[in-house]
Design a binder for this molecule. Structure first.
Ligand code: FAD
Length: 377
């Protein structure tokens, strides 16, 4: 590996911090990474682990997600963590959802996706979890993959330390004074502090328009007898949630029906997805509450909405819930990131919202390329 003369520091060992560290370390740049906790415990280990190009808007977001997916595969092989290129499956249970699937398929099938519109029978063959009752068809996409975010975070950190010599400083909260000190010792500092942006840059938190989004999640224990669910699944509610489907004219009918029939889903930002990790656990979610400050409570009524919807479309052997948790991410509405140079050699990398796993490694690559590539020998 060519050694670069450059030195950088990163604040935050979430997936954005690690994505930046991996991109820099692969170029031979010296990296020091500071994390206030003993290990990462934020959004980056609380998510589904979905690498999700199917949800990304055409253009920059989709291209970044596909580059990210490629890097995730390289990283998983290099660091030795589990991943599953299982794809994703929309379970179509209403006619209007089928119209959106068809419109999406026609509009985007030639743009890097590998899409298939499935009949009812084909869905039941592909997905051991899809319930026969009520299913009309499906939209399968091959580009989605799953990692276990907890394992990926730990093994990526170990790889960065052992193979690339990244210096990790855990249990090291960075305050303003320490930040300026490390800025003096490095060519550049990247602050990837997630939803706690205000501790270091309160003005950026206020002026950028970043909001904090609280989500509720659930997980079963490992499914018995090595039962696997196949592709990750989602239902019609999810069509409202992702930018990728927003151009579909037929989406208006789905939105109208949901608003009339079951407005509580929109009140709590609920859409229902399920993936399975390498341990066999099913990861289920989720709800979305938007604001600057959130209460710490898990609202069981919302979990019931999620589970009722899930059980209408999916069946699986072990149904009891083993764990429930909340997670918070920072989102810049209308944008896919917030990359902002706030001082001569300090840049904030934040605001990636609900697609931070999907975009992190591609974003890290773009940011490090923009700052350093022309200077690397
Ligand atoms: C429930 C849930 C489900 C999700 N599902 C998916 C999914 O399936 N696919 C997908 O693409 N995205 C998903 N996301 C989004 C994704 O997880 C986030 O976008 C991503 O993890 C954000 O990463 P981050 O590194 O910016 O933030 P974080 O993970 O919050 O990391 C920030 C780190 O910075 C540290 N830190 C903060 N301040 C300081 C300081 N002053 N000094 C030192 N350290 C500091 C924190 O301790 C923390 O470890 C989900 C998010 C949630 C919450």
């Amino acid at each position: 590996m060519a050694q670069s003369k450059h030195k950088i520091a990163i604040v935050g060992a979430g997936v954005i911090g690690l994505g930046l560290a991996y991109a820099a370390a692969r170029r031979g740049i010296s990296v020091s990474l500071y994390e206030r906790n003993e290990k990462a415990v934020g959004a980056s280990i609380r998510n589904f682990g979905m690498i999700w190009p199917i949800g990304q808007a055409k253009g920059k977001a989709f291209n970044r997600s596909m580059n990210s997916r490629k890097i995730w595969q390289e990283l998983a092989e290099e660091a030795g963590f589990w991943f599953d290129p299982c794809g994703s499956l929309l379970l179509i249970r209403r006619e209007d959802e089928g119209h959106v699937a068809e419109e999406f398929y026609e509009g985007r099938k030639d743009e890097g996706y590998e899409l298939e519109l499935l009949s009812r029978e084909e869905v039941l063959k592909k997905s051991p979890t899809a319930k026969a009752n009520g299913i009309l068809g499906g939209l399968f996409s091959r580009t989605e993959m799953i990692v276990d975010p907890r394992e990926a975070n730990l093994k990526t950190s170990a790889l960065l330390k052992e193979k690339y010599g990244v210096e990790f400083h855990f249990k090291t909260p960075i305050d303003r004074e320490k930040l300026l000190e490390i800025a003096g010792e490095n060519d550049h500092v990247f602050v990837a502090s997630g939803p706690d942006l205000e501790s270091l840059y309160p003005e950026a938190m206020v002026n950028s328009g970043i909001v904090k989004v609280k989500l509720q999640m659930l997980a079963t224990g490992p499914q018995p007898n090595n039962w696997r669910m196949g592709p990750s699944i989602y239902g019609g509610l999810t069509l409202q949630h992702y930018a990728s489907f927003s151009h579909c004219k037929s989406l208006a009918a789905v939105k109208h029906r949901i608003a009339q029939e079951s407005p509580w889903f929109n009140s709590w930002g609920i859409h229902v997805m399920m993936s399975q990790n390498g341990l066999g656990e099913l990861i289920i979610g989720d709800t979305h509450e938007y604001g600057h400050t959130h209460d710490p409570f898990i609202n069981e009524d919302l979990n019931e909405y999620v589970l009722d919807y899930l059980h209408e479309m999916a069946d699986f052997p072990l149904k009891s819930i083993a764990r429930r948790w909340v997670g918070i991410y920072a989102k810049l509405p209308g944008q896919i990131d917030f990359v902002n140079k706030v001082e001569r050699n300090i840049t904030l990398v934040n605001g990636v919202g609900g697609a931070g796993m999907t975009h992190s490694l591609g974003l890290g690559e773009e940011v490090i390329h923009n700052f350093f590539d022309e200077n690397i020998p």
